[in-house]
Design a protein. Structure first.
Length: 570
């Protein structure tokens, strides 16, 4: 006689149905976005441990499944990996570039995005900025530790959820490394300028242009190729293709090494017509200033206000990925007074020379002369101290070529390096007023002001000066009595430490790297560790030099109800 099913047997028969339903709901939920990704992780084994009683267990499963299905129906944003291209930067940082509009990146500053890597690993994707030429949105994330052990490195997806199927990205394209990449491009009226990392030697060995071709198009086999006319450092110049790109279409561009039949990986795009002037162009400025910056918001106001008063018309900042208030300070200055500051997002590490080459041709239609000095460097003439009760827009212009000397294409000025001057923190009155003690002699290092028409076609520079078209133009070096640069190089220890930790704009070894111990880029007495030397506050102090301090006190200082203040103090 057949036995009636017992309660235990019923549970045994029903349980697989619930598990199957739960598993199916889980699969659905993995493609949905939830406010908390952890809520979508359904793990029956955890429930088994919590509920020993079978009836309670069945009830809990039923409730959890219902909640999962309910949440799945309510979500409106579906998990869709964003079309992107990623590059591995130094220190295991991943740069993700997103081209075109995508609903997931419509509000990039809002956050909530993840880089999803193979083996079900992810890290937060933080918005960095927008590349000025290609218009790509850029995000940065960190390559997870476990993925660093598996080669080749695979490109991540950009997604709303921090987890996916473990095999979802295993077949994604290989992620190129930063040290071998075509990373930027723009067009002039006569040619195309392409910036490429890792082809020419950093020690000044540049391969002949005949060894390369510019390649236009994703399909390497059928791509259009043109001759390269110049190959210096990371800058390559080549002919336009005969068929111009559509105004609504970007064409990938790179460099081919002909002997190896190798095309360099690229994130650069060719467009036409060239973008070389602002949308609301102003008359061409006589003198502009360019520098590459990282987190200089607290110093910018002093630098801009000083140089604006003595003759700089336009300021161009190549922002190397700042995460301070730089953008806000630039906006405030542009809105406050007669300042013209343009911020170029330049995310590429160790490309200061390339950035300066970019500026020399990119802003040639906007500026006649370009001054290349950092935000801790201030040019002044000792004669101003006695002869000028107030600043004048003609002061810097007087240091350039005269009507009888039109052949001058570059003016170089030597630097005085100032020390901490007993300061323990950033002086509220600014660096000029706060640091007044320097090393004995002017350094052989210099900075330059260049006539952009005189810059050589190759755009070759070593940060401090450019190669000139020397068939006509000459290079003039000013003696210290005519002009000097106060370089506030060794500041209060907290500020110097910030500088110590990140040297990514210029191609010099990071100070923690044990090479080139005697290099002028290193700090005497510091070594390779960020450890404060004894008597740091009194180091590099051979001469008390208050000339520019007294001059700017007269020009920019005033008594207020709160005490003495400089004009740039907020």
């Amino acid at each position: 006689m057949a036995r009636k099913p017992t309660t235990a047997m019923a549970i045994f028969l029903v349980l697989p149905c619930f598990f199957l339903l739960a598993f199916y709901s889980l699969l659905l939920s993995r493609s949905a976005v939830s406010s908390s990704p952890a809520e979508l992780r359904f793990r029956p084994q955890n429930l088994t441990a919590r509920y020993k009683d079978s009836d309670s267990f069945n009830h809990v499963i039923r409730e959890e499944v219902n909640q999962l299905v309910h949440r799945t129906r309510l979500v409106t944003s579906i998990l869709i990996p964003v079309g992107s291209f990623s590059v591995l930067l130094p220190n295991w940082e991943v740069l993700v570039l997103v081209y075109g509009e995508n609903p997931l990146t419509s509000s990039p500053r809002g956050g909530g995005l993840y880089c999803v890597f193979p083996r079900n690993e992810a890290s937060p994707a933080n918005f960095s900025g927008v590349l000025p030429l290609s218009g790509a949105l850029t995000f940065k994330c960190v390559l997870p530790n476990r993925n660093r052990r598996f080669h080749p490195f695979r490109q991540p997806f950009l997604a709303r959820l921090p987890e996916r199927d473990p095999n979802a990205t295993s077949a994604s394209p290989v992620m190129p490394r930063w040290d071998f990449l075509a990373y930027e491009c723009f067009s002039t009226d006569t040619d195309v300028v392409v910036f490429v990392k890792g082809v020419n030697n950093r020690q000044g060995i540049n391969k002949s242009p005949e060894e390369f071709r510019c390649v236009f198009g994703d399909d390497i086999k059928n791509a259009v190729r043109t001759a390269v006319t110049s190959s210096k450092q990371e800058v390559f110049r080549c002919h336009h293709p005969k068929t111009a790109a559509s105004a609504t279409k970007k064409i990938k561009i790179s460099i081919e090494i002909q002997s190896e039949k190798l095309v360099v990986p690229s994130v650069a795009y060719y467009t036409t017509p060239p973008r070389r002037t602002p949308s609301n162009p102003k008359p061409k400025s006589l003198l502009c200033a360019t520098t590459m910056v990282y987190n200089v918001a607290k110093f910018l106001r002093e630098w801009v206000m000083y140089y604006s008063e003595i003759g700089v018309d336009k300021f161009i900042l190549y922002d190397n990925g700042s995460d301070d208030d730089l953008e806000t300070v630039v906006k405030e200055l542009n809105e406050e007074g007669d300042y013209n500051i343009e911020r170029i997002f330049w995310v590429w590490p160790k490309t200061q020379e390339a950035g300066f080459s970019h500026s020399a041709v990119y802003f040639k239609d906007s500026c006649a002369w370009m001054m290349y000095v950092d935000v801790d460097e201030f040019i002044f003439s000792p004669s101003w101290l006695e002869n000028s009760s107030r600043p004048s827009k003609t002061m810097l212009q007087s240091l350039l070529s005269t009507p009888s000397d039109r052949s001058t294409g570059q003016v170089s000025i030597k630097c005085n390096d100032f020390g901490p001057s007993d300061q323990k923190n950033h002086p509220e009155t600014g660096v000029i007023h706060g640091y007044d003690c320097r090393r004995q002699a002017a350094e052989q290092r210099h900075k330059s002001i260049i006539l952009l028409d005189a810059v050589d076609h190759s755009l070759l520079n070593v940060i401090h000066h450019f190669d000139l078209n020397d068939s006509y133009y000459s290079w003039k070096e000013l003696p210290p009595e005519a002009a000097v640069i106060n370089h506030y190089k060794y500041q209060a220890w907290p500020e110097f430490m910030t500088k110590f930790r990140r040297r990514v704009s210029a191609f010099v070894a990071d100070w923690t790297t044990r090479v080139n111990r005697m290099s002028k880029d290193r700090t005497p007495g510091l070594g390779f560790q960020p450890i404060k030397p004894d008597r740091w506050e009194r180091m590099f102090c051979d001469v008390r030099d208050e000339r520019l301090k007294l001059l700017t006190r007269k020009w920019f200082g005033s008594q207020t109800p709160e005490g003495f203040k400089m004009a740039w103090q907020r």
